[in-house]
Design a protein around this ligand. Structure first.
Ligand SMILES: [Zn+2]
Length: 487
């Protein structure tokens, strides 16, 4: 709570109200947990006030086998009704409860700010002064009070209190008021990258297919360009020629003098930046999808680089709903040290897509189709957005990258243990302190020594042996996506 309260900076702060609100929230949380939240492995890491806004209820297990299931390539795009009236939306922990969503829509139509009222604030004047009410909506602190309202509402309706909370990351960097509506530019220019790694065959094959005939990826009001990013690596069916293209889009590389003495991928990064960028400029492409395969058992995974990109968060929500009951998980990499300079990072809205398991250089039909269907829904979303559809506020469950775990090694850097059979293929499943993590060549078990439950992914990815990475750990979060509509 201390981090939350640090956002409060009123000149007329009512005495003790932060403390009162905090107690209110905590007591509501307790009630909600006792009544509603099942015990689970995530319980161990759900404790402090700092994690108040983090939804840590177990999420449905990633269904890797889901990629074998019934994708309907020609399914219709979702309609506004799908977001506002469906039973699933009302009950799903992926979103706010239906009542609050329709309430927000109503408020937006009238264009009047809802008034916050707190009986515990002052008995005679439970409603805030208009100036304070407005300020609540203007400042991040609005999210805090919205949280209080939702908690109370959740308790009254006996709904899952925690999942109805607006959430922020553990660092407490931001609290988004749910009443925000972000007006965003249309996404007119979209690129689909394949072959960023030349031996990841689904993206290479799909992009080559679409270069020959792009009818499938065309949408009204959207210019979609399929593009092979590393043609030399594709030709060799190798990850890269000189260096990893998907780490090459650094400011240093992109501003380096042009010349043949540069590594091939650096030259290529500069060229791609000229066509689709410049990175960070208004001229950059609106959306870039970068298609990858993994040897890990990750299923369909969308990768985001920012928790504040509400356009992308809304897109994730749309795709998740569109492909249900199949699953598609979202990996968020904002780690200051583990985030890298991806090919897609030159776009305003970068989206990575990892689908696996698939060996390098191999095409599997189920993986191919899964990737194709996700792209279809993503493009549908962009078309609907450009047509003026408003997407109401929602929450999106993500897995945030925490830490890179290397294989155990000897003094010479040689690997001395393998991923433990209990962990192999268990991407996204909880790993608790004391759980087996590696197995030495003579059969000894090395256990996870962390302080709480984590969710490993990219487990035993073939391409990451050279990067000293056996897997990455993540934690689950629910992020709030603001309502969005086009300008
Ligand atoms: Zn890749």
């Amino acid at each position: 709570m201390t981090r939350v309260s640090s956002y409060l900076n009123w000149t007329t702060t009512p005495p003790g109200y932060v403390e009162k609100a905090s107690r209110y929230v905590k007591s509501s949380m307790r009630q909600g947990r006792d009544d509603e939240v099942p015990e689970g492995p995530a319980g161990a890491d759900r404790d402090s006030g700092d994690s108040l806004f983090i939804t840590q209820k177990p999420v449905p297990e990633a269904v890797r086998t889901g990629i074998r299931t019934r994708y309907s390539q020609w399914a219709k795009p979702l309609s506004p009704r799908d977001f506002e009236e469906s039973d699933e939306n009302k009950e799903s922990s992926d979103s706010d409860d239906g009542e609050s969503q329709s309430g927000k829509v109503q408020r937006r139509k009238k264009n009047v700010l809802p008034k916050f009222s707190f009986p515990f604030l002052e008995e005679k004047k439970p409603e805030l002064l208009p100036v304070h009410n407005k300020r609540l909506h203007s400042y991040l602190v609005g999210g805090f009070f919205e949280c209080v309202r939702l908690l109370r509402q959740g308790c009254q309706t006996k709904k899952d209190v925690e999942s109805s909370l607006p959430t922020v990351d553990m660092d407490g960097e931001h609290i988004s008021p749910l009443s925000d509506i972000a007006s965003l530019e249309e996404a007119r220019r979209v690129a689909i990258f394949g072959g960023t790694h030349g031996n990841e065959m689904s993206g290479v094959t799909l992009v080559n297919l679409w270069v020959k005939n792009g009818a499938e990826i065309q949408r009204k009001g959207v210019e979609t360009k399929p593009f092979i990013t590393n043609p030399k690596a594709v030709e060799k069916c190798a990850r890269y020629v000189d260096t990893d293209l998907n780490r090459a889009f650094t400011p240093e590389n992109l501003s380096a003098p042009r010349g043949d003495n540069q590594p091939y991928e650096v030259q290529r990064a500069q060229e791609i930046n000229r066509i689709f960028g410049p990175k960070g400029s208004p001229d950059a492409y609106d959306v870039i999808f970068d298609l990858h395969n993994t040897t890990s058992n990750m299923g369909c995974t969308l990768i985001l680089e920012s928790s504040k990109d509400h356009f992308n968060l809304q897109m994730m929500n749309y795709i998740k709903k569109a492909i249900a009951p199949s699953s598609c998980l979202v990996l968020l990499n904002e780690h200051p040290l583990l985030k890298y300079s991806t090919s897609r990072s030159i776009a305003k809205h970068p989206v990575g897509l990892e689908v696996g398991p698939q060996p390098q250089g191999v095409l599997r039909s189920n993986i191919f189709e899964a990737m194709r269907v996700i792209l279809k829904h993503a493009l549908d979303f962009i078309e609907l957005f450009n047509e003026g559809m408003e997407f109401p506020s929602c929450t999106v469950k993500v897995f945030r990258v925490l830490e890179r775990i290397d294989y155990p090694r000897d003094a010479n850097g040689n690997i001395i243990a393998m991923v433990h059979p209990n962990l192999q293929d268990c991407d996204w499943e909880p790993l608790n302190p004391g759980d087996p993590m590696f197995q030495t060549f003579d059969g000894k078990t090395i256990r996870f020594q962390g302080s709480g439950t984590v969710y490993p992914t990219f487990i035993n990815e073939a391409a990451y042996y050279e990067k000293q990475q056996a897997f990455v750990t993540t934690r689950r979060e629910s992020l709030v996506a603001s309502s969005i509509r086009k300008v």
